[in-house]
Design a protein around this ligand. Sequence first.
Ligand code: DAH
Length: 347
Amino acid sequence: MQNYENIFSELAEKIKNLIADSKTMENIIEIKNKYLSKKGEFSLLMGKIKEAEDKKAFGEAFNNAKNKIEEVLNEKVKEFEAKKLEAQLKKEEIDITLPGNNIKRGSENPFYKVRKEIEDIFISMGYTVATGPEVDYDKYVFELLNIPKDHPARDMQDTLYIEDDLLLRSHTSSIQAHVMEEANGKPIKIICPGKTYRRDDDDMTHSHQFAQVEGLVIDKNINLGNLKATLELFAQKMFSKDSKVRFRSSFFPFTEPSVEVDISCFNCHGKGCNVCKGTGWIEILGAGMVHPNVLRMSGYDPEVYSGFAFGIGIERVAMLRYGVDDIRRFYQSDIRFIEEFNKKVED
Ligand code: DAH
């Protein structure tokens, strides 16, 4: 059998040396193109098969030589790849002993926490949450609540008017009127949290904008005892397990009888301290039985239906609950105040 190896060995050696000397991946590609591609110098040697006697032996010799070159080439490629990876890893090396970035977590304003707590307590008692417009008609803010135009009771709420008949609601009781109108004489059990506005000189306990949660229950056989039990449960969940509730008679145009509601002091449990100003009681909200006129105006027969209503000041509850001294702190977005409050909750 004839030995054809010599035909390829010279060029094969040359190529292997070039590969060994190559410094970059680009060099390798150049070599591949120049010698090993279809029309490459080495590949063209295959053409000489025409002159060969033993074509099989020629083919084998060619393939052997080509395979050997490719082996060397592949080794080189692997070497370059390993080097590249190493360099990349070096570049991406992280020093795990460096201190991390300090990510500051925001925290919820205490006002919203308390609003949510109040909602949760009433939702657990079967109430649904209703909302209404902050800019509303006189009809809903006053008239349907038994406060006709020129009635002196309007003086209780110094109202911000937009037009003669349109105003910033001065209490969330206006939502009652909307809900009653829509309920079409059916029973109601809602709370209505929301912002309210009055022309007030801002000081430690007053703000021209504040928030209330209104409550309204209308059904057959609703009485003052139901109201008291409801508010007592609220106080116990919000302030202290042993909270008690006391009613003092009061006046609101939309309720009859009307009451001012005090809770026993959760700080001293009735003994007298600075939170309750020595009285053992803290005033927290206004409430009463829905006035028959209010029921009638919204399509309920007061002989069949009765109801109770209450209005809670959210900031007042938050101030009491967390010992906040100035209502304005809730609106100033002072991060120190909010963070301080967060610590309190986590402790
Ligand atoms: N709307 C009253 C206010 O803002 C609060 C209030 C008192 C609401 C008694 C009521 C209620 O529903 O029954 O001063």
